[in-house]
Design a protein around this ligand. Structure first.
Ligand code: AP5
Ligand code: MG
Length: 212
């Protein structure tokens, strides 16, 4: 299964990708997590990406296309993967096609802008593995600590209300058009994002043609 998860910031892409990755035994490739790791490690890519990400702007297509091309060539992607947060522009989607990358399914997690802000103020992420939590909807087993790797949870730098608003504008201006792009290819399925996490997972699994 080669799956793309589309959706606005806060729609639940990272949360669902983590669950589905465990169920289907395929890796998640999250460009946001890869970029945050690059920033933490002070790499050249990280330095280039940081100013865009802090402002809630998209990182240039050439950077993203390069990162994803390299990552998908790794052996653990041979039997499938979940792309979380990529593509985010039509040129990124075209680059996947040009590279001969066959996508089986594109699921867009649908959610109204008004719901997003509340979600983002309650979000905590793992500073090491990038896992996403919510202080009310999806709390970690131990407060402030990642269930998966035991590291400290932090607030993402781009989760301030002002930056979230800008990220939403960017989503509507640049990314939402991908729904039409993949609908034309017959790959798109829509899933309601404003429902409990496990219900959204059930609907995504159904959209993949599998069951719970
Ligand atoms: P990225 O890290 O991908 O951020 P994003 O798309 O803005 O999405 P988020 O990670 O904020 O939200 P999510 O949908 O993963 O939601 P989550 O599951 O965490 O990208 C960050 C930046 O990197 C971009 O702004 C850009 O600068 C750059 N970038 C990345 N990829 C790029 C690309 N391809 N091209 C160019 N630039 C790129 O859930 C959110 C919260 O809600 C959590 O607290 C969670 O616990 C909670 N929650 C989840 N589901 C539910 C539910 N059903 N009910 C209640 N709460 C829920
Ligand atoms: Mg995410």
């Amino acid at each position: 299964m080669r799956l793309i998860l589309l959706g606005a910031p806060g729609a639940g892409k990272g949360t669902q990708a983590e669950i589905i990755s465990k169920r289907l035994h395929i890796p998640t490739i999250s460009t946001g997590n890869i970029l945050r790791e690059a920033i933490k490690n002070g790499t050249e890519t990280g330095l280039r990406a940081k100013s865009f990400m802090d402002k809630g702007m998209l990182v240039p297509d050439d950077v993203i296309i390069g990162i994803v091309r390299e990552r998908l060539a790794e052996p653990d992607c041979a039997d499938g993967y979940i792309l979380d947060g990529m593509p985010r522009t039509i040129p990124q989607a075209e680059a996947l096609l040009e590279q001969g990358i066959e996508i089986d399914r594109v699921v867009s997690i649908e959610i109204a802008d008004e719901v997003i802000e509340a979600r983002m103020t309650g979000r905590r992420v793992c500073g090491t593995c990038g896992a996403s939590y919510h202080i009310v909807a999806n709390p970690p087993k131990t407060e402030g600590i990642c269930n998966a790797c035991g590291s400290e949870l932090v607030i993402r730098k781009d989760d301030t209300p002002e930056t979230v608003r800008h990220r939403l504008e960017v989503y509507h201006a640049e990314t939402e058009a991908l729904k039409g792009f993949y609908a034309k290819l017959g790959k798109l399925r829509l899933v309601e994002g404003n429902q409990p996490i496990e219900d959204a997972t059930r609907d995504i699994m159904a959209a993949l043609g599998g069951s719970e």
